[in-house]
Design a protein around this ligand. Structure first.
Ligand code: CA
Ligand code: CA
Length: 480
């Protein structure tokens, strides 16, 4: 095992992860020496969190904050990260094929900004990370509260051997990052699981035309499960799938700079219960969309197709009112292009400049031939409901409004009667009584016949149960 423990340091606070300068340490000791009370017992170690400068006699009650373990290089064997420590990712940290990284509930992992810390789970490796609602596993920036920014660190990249259409199925690399090969012929593979996880300030992109998720799932197999994952303040996409067919649920995309959910290179898994919330004033990239879906960037018609099934999605855009003028990069709730065969069911899209965008003649043909589907869904509060290419005569409105598809368009955000969806620091996405989202769902579509999918009576990500209690809406001020 090359998991390298550089140092385990007693520290005063999570913010101050290092030893005190010796001069300051000396000053503390000298100061302490001056004010001892001969009658007082207590903790006499200045490095302890409950150090009592007046105590003359140590009574054995000293308590120490957690130490930090710097992780760099590679993990080649079964490794467990415990809640007793903070972990700092320096540079690209690889979990090698055959190795398993297990992360205990409540563990906090910091991505180092200076080295663009990134966790890469390679083909044939596994990550098993499970928090609880109260004590999720947290991946966040190593910067102090108030100084954190989108893209402070790389994020989590999980690579697998499941099918992709990239390079005619032989796969490729994520953003040309060394050691991120993905794609193969093992659709049922498990790369592990992520449950009750938060990923904050990740998504650092190093080149132009590159994209990265706070969580990137590249060629990940069917038996890999992501459930209850919040990605916040990503510097790029929140969730990015590149090929593969894993199942994901209870996803929260919070204030990313590109797309909430991005699908490419033949992702063909299922996603249920997913919500996105956008900051109108964030300086987002051009074409920041709710769901962006491409068969591939080269507009190929190579199978397998990007044809995931998303159901029970709530996308809250940046237009809190029809008149809101958000950052110029914001585009569509749904952007389906480059020959994708995306499927969306039982969902609601609110407050984007464009509701649904369909681009490319072959993408249109997929829609006309029912390979690309939007059903039993609702668009509300989008000034332009439908956009197609300038040269196209495809009647997207007529397609969307096909009676059998059971979609609806509502004029105003408020028409969907969600509780408090636009609040950036305390949102509630639950439908109020009388909401049009509380009826009319349909799970009869062939690709929803998946054991991962629950049949519920409401459209969108929430009914009466607020499952987002593991989320943090104010990570900028959180002291970990
Ligand atoms: Ca993207
Ligand atoms: Ca985009």
């Amino acid at each position: 095992m090359y998991h390298k423990i550089i140092q385990i340091l007693p520290i005063f606070t999570a913010m101050n992860r290092g030893l005190l300068p010796f001069s300051l340490f000396l000053a503390v000791v000298l100061l302490a020496a001056c004010t001892k009370n001969e009658n007082k017992d207590g903790c006499t170690d200045p490095l302890a969190s409950n150090y009592d400068p007046e105590a003359a006699y140590d009574d054995g009650t000293c308590e120490y904050k957690k130490g930090s373990i710097l992780v760099e290089g590679e993990i080649t064997d079964t490794t467990i990260w415990y809640r007793d420590y903070y972990y700092i990712l320096r540079g690209n940290v690889y979990v090698r094929s055959g190795a398993q990284l297990r992360i205990d509930t409540g563990v906090v992992v910091f991505g180092e900004k200076a080295s663009n810390g990134t966790l890469i789970v390679q083909k044939g490796a596994q990550i098993l990370a499970e928090g609880t609602t109260e004590t999720p596993v947290i991946f966040t920036s190593d910067q102090d509260p108030g100084s954190r920014s989108p893209g402070d660190w790389g994020g989590i990249i999980i690579c697998g051997n499941a099918p992709t259409n990239l390079n005619a199925g032989s796969g490729g690399l994520v953003n040309n990052i060394p050691g991120t090969e993905f794609g193969g012929m093992e659709p049922e593979e498990s790369s592990g699981f992520l449950r009750n996880i938060r990923i904050e300030y990740a998504g650092h992109v190093t080149g132009t035309d590159q994209e990265l998720g706070a969580l990137t799932l590249a060629g990940v197999g069917k038996q890999t499960v992501c459930d209850f994952v919040q990605a916040s303040y990503s510097g790029d996409d929140s969730f990015l799938w590149l090929g593969g067919l894993n199942s994901s649920g209870h996803l929260i995309s919070y204030r990313p700079l590109d797309d909430d959910f991005d699908c490419n290179y033949a992702f063909h898994g299922v996603v249920q219960f997913a919500v996105g919330l956008r900051d109108p004033n964030a300086n987002v990239y051009d074409n920041a969309n709710g769901i962006e879906s491409d068969n591939d960037d080269g507009t190929s018609n190579l199978p397998p197709f990007t044809n995931p099934s998303f159901t029970n999605v709530t996308l809250i855009g940046p237009k809190t009112e029809l008149s809101t003028v958000p950052s110029s990069g914001y585009n569509a709730g749904l952007s389906f292009k480059n020959n994708t065969q995306h499927r969306l069911y039982n969902s609601v899209i609110v407050g984007f400049p464009v509701g649904m965008e369909l681009s490319g003649m072959i993408t249109e043909t997929h829609a006309a031939n029912d390979f690309l589907q939007v059903r039993t869904s609702v668009l509300a509060g989008c000034p332009l409901d439908f956009v197609v290419d300038q040269s196209s005569s495809f009647d997207l409105a007529a397609w969307y409004n096909t009676t059998a598809y059971a979609n609806t368009v509502l004029n105003l955000n408020g028409d969907v009667l969600l509780s408090n969806p636009f609040s950036l620091e305390g949102p509630s996405f639950l439908p109020q009584s009388g909401s049009p989202l509380l009826s009319g769902t349909d799970y009869s579509y062939g690709n929803l016949q998946d054991p991962f999918i629950q049949q519920v009576s409401y459209k969108g990500a929430f009914g009466s149960d607020n499952w987002a209690t593991f989320a943090n809406w104010t990570p900028q001020s959180t002291e970990y």
